[in-house]
Design a protein around this ligand. Sequence first.
Ligand code: GAP
Length: 443
Amino acid sequence: MEQKSLMEKIISLAKRRGFIFPSSEIYGGLAGVWDYGPLGVELKNNIKREFWKSMVLIRDDVFGIDAAIFMNPRVWEASGHLESFSDPLVECRKCNQRFRADHQDLILEHENWHKKRGEEVLWTEPKNFNLLVESYLGTVEGEKSKVYLRGEITQGVHVNFKNILNTLSPSLPFGVAQIGKAFRNEIAPGNFVFRSREFEQMELQYYVYPDDKESMEYLEYWKNERLNWYISLGLKKENLRFRMHEKDELAHYAKSAWDIEYNSPFGGFKEFEGIHHRGNWDLKRHSEYSGEDLSYFDSKTNKRFIPYIIETSGGVDRAVLFFLIDSYFEDKDRVILKLHPKLAPYKVAVFPLLANKPELVDFAKKLYNDLKLNLNFKIVWDDRGNIGKRYYSQDEIGTPYCVTVDFDSLKNQDVTIRDRDTAEQIRMPIDKLKSYFEEKINK
Ligand code: GAP
């Protein structure tokens, strides 16, 4: 399959089948902002649910939090974002278009565009452009106070460190996980939802003893945990790799940093998730700026110190995009999204063989309602067109199982189950469906 057209196919499928739409599209959209449709929100929620399960629900050492998007602006001074959260920007003096100075391919493309028109391009000197999005709170004009939409969800965890210690008294090492929106005034949003101005992150802040050797071991541990999580949900191992950040590209807070990268159809391996050793940067800075003591008292050693932080920071929207790309298959004119059953927006579709036979429709509707009530996942009804078209339609959105009620079902109390990936069909008694699907979907 030709790589460039794969991306076009994904974008078109996402729009056509209700995964992702341009935001406020009827007004012409808004660059770098996207809406998730009925199918997209299910896929996204499934990814977030699996993240939460693996990082919080099944672990004794990680707790959850849901901090606010607006924060006291001093947070962003302390965190270093007001000073250092920027990208180098150049502006074309000819047409005033702005580009990231480190995006050489786009700069070259722009120069060629002008050259074709016989024009020479002159660029401004690169200047640092802060990515924090500003807003204003308050009701009195002139007295409104400037706030920032959070540029990363991380700080909402660290400013609550004392609250977590006071309420749960956890022992080191322990972590706090969070999922939520972040906002960045990206100079060059693009590649569909890959680089957006409003996006969601799923993160863990893991507090460890401030010991260089031990903290590096935890960094290694979390790198592997996170890579294996993506693989366990069906991403192809060969499309994932680690990349270490060079000294000159480390973020202002990082002692050491790695990316999990995905082999994308738009220019090869791209950042997917960051695994960072943040040292004691955040807690130390928030202690200094707030005047609050954010140290940890270790009752085993009777020592007080500021822990180190190991962070895992993934993009939910990038996960949606990469799971879509990785699961996309074509079999002649059939498109199949081979999403892991845990991630598939709809797990089971129920059909009557013929939509104009009331006895089949009544039987199938009753079965559909029973399954909906008894299974803890999204089930869908489909009686449009013929059965072949329904299979094609469900394959294209990744529904792993289709259940068909036919005339034999009325006599024998059984149905046909058709498997998305193999197209094989088996006959199954109705009273076995619940346990069958529970096992298949949660495997
Ligand atoms: N707390 C650390 C942090 O925010 P980051 O590397 O800037 O680190 C973490 O971001 C992850 O968030 C990235 O690996 C990516 O998956 C996602 N992300 C960052 N900027 C994004 C954007 N503009 N659009 C979509 N996802 C983005």
